[in-house]
Design a protein around this ligand. Structure first.
Ligand code: F6P
Length: 380
């Protein structure tokens, strides 16, 4: 039987290393085991594989990719697999499109004799993988089929793993951007609003703000953090304590919750604020910048490549040994993750039910941000 491998959702640096590690570990134990690469995420499942290199992958296919960002397999999101929340008027059409996609995908997997599918991606990809696995088993109840997920997302919001592949690289990219921006902001004595990816969860914004020494961080999970009055109060307290420039990091998801013009409105308020003007003897200029997709690019960090290796090899263990080498076997669809330098396995259903993992006010990192960043009252 055959193992299929694909990368899905937003690309994350280290995905290539995960493919390489899974491939090499599988082949190390079973050199004859057939491995198929599917291109462009789940979309690739709906296409018959006609390229000889995808059907007959040999070890050269994973050479010279470990240092490359992005994913050499290509990635994407399949809108058919994602139903909008609520009760959309075209629900019937959407359900029909989803069923049509799933029918083709599982028929292809069946014909290509895939009994294990490694899905490297984030929580949206794991939801898609659940649909595919359920449809496969309902359609071909006698054929074994298992999904093994490898968490890869710069959002680091997947349950069942301490870190997902790509987060460390993205974090370093954003901290690098903050350091560069600090040079110019400090020289001009301005405030900068720096927009950082993180649609649902604010881990990347929060951790980069902590590591980059930002004055303020706004994340979608904690409404108080994106309250303009509260931010202004803190900036006023800052200028009164002789701060002359500010770095404000905001996660993308805040704009979804508080309006697309959140940054502009904050900028206008800072520039117009009387108390800030009085303390500075004139207005404080503000600039808005976005790190955007730059956070996702570039060579994977050493930590991401190591993690990707660990998790790729753990996925091979689950497929070939039924669990992490030397540990208990686990049945059914699974996701491999890490606790420190140790691989762990969690059921796919549990991971999907608890993802995205969100920042809460009691998260130690959030508490830390409150200690390190500007406060309205600061007794020192
Ligand atoms: O990689 C996950 C993520 O960074 C989300 O935080 C963000 O909303 C999304 O990707 C944007 O990606 P794209 O522009 O590829 O849709």
């Amino acid at each position: 039987m055959t193992v299929g491998i694909l990368t899905s959702g937003g690309d994350a640096p280290g995905m290539n290393s995960a493919v390489r590690a899974a491939f090499r570990s599988l082949k190390m134990r079973e050199p004859e085991r057939e491995i198929l690469f599917f291109r462009e995420g789940f979309r690739g499942l709906a296409r018959r594989l006609d390229s000889a290199s995808d059907r007959n992958v040999d070890r050269r296919a994973v050479r010279d990719i470990i240092h490359r960002g992005g994913t050499f397999l290509g990635t994407g999101r399949v809108p058919e697999l994602r139903l909008p929340e609520g009760d959309p008027p075209d629900l019937d059409e959407r359900l029909a499109a989803r069923d049509a996609f799933l029918r083709v995908a599982v028929a292809n997997l069946y014909q290509m004799q895939v009994d294990n599918l490694i899905v490297i991606g984030g929580d949206g990809s794991f939801r898609g993988a659940t649909l595919i696995a359920d449809t496969f088993r309902a359609t071909f109840p006698r054929r074994p089929f298992r999904v093994v997920g490898i968490p890869a997302s710069i959002d680091n919001d997947i349950h069942g793993t301490q870190y997902s592949i790509g987060f460390d690289t993205a974090l370093n990219n954003v901290v690098d951007a903050i350091r560069k921006i600090r040079d110019t902001v400090e020289s001009h004595k301005r405030a900068i609003i720096l927009e950082v990816m993180g649609n649902t969860s604010g881990w990347l914004a929060l951790q980069s703000a902590i590591a980059g020494g930002a004055a303020v961080v706004a994340i979608p999970e904690v409404a108080a953090t994106y309250d303009h009055d509260r931010i202004i109060q803190r900036l006023v307290a800052g200028v009164r304590r002789d701060y002359r420039y500010f770095i404000i990091v905001v996660a993308e998801g805040v704009h979804k919750r508080a309006g697309a013009d959140w940054s502009q409105r904050l900028s206008d308020r800072i520039e117009a604020d009387r108390a800030i003007r009085e303390a500075l003897g004139g207005p404080m200029e503000v600039r808005i910048n976005s790190v955007g997709h730059l956070a996702r690019g570039g060579s994977p960090s050493a930590l991401d490549n190591t993690l990707a290796g660990l998790l790729g090899a753990a996925a091979a263990d689950v497929i070939q040994l039924g669990g992490i080498e030397g540990e208990a076997q686990v049945a059914g669809d699974a996701v491999v993750g890490c606790r420190g330098p140790y691989p762990v396995v969690t059921s796919l259903a549990e991971v999907v039910a608890n993802s995205p993992r969100l920042v809460t006010e009691s998260s130690p990192l959030f508490q830390l941000s409150e200690k390190l960043m500007l406060q309205a009252e600061q007794p020192f």
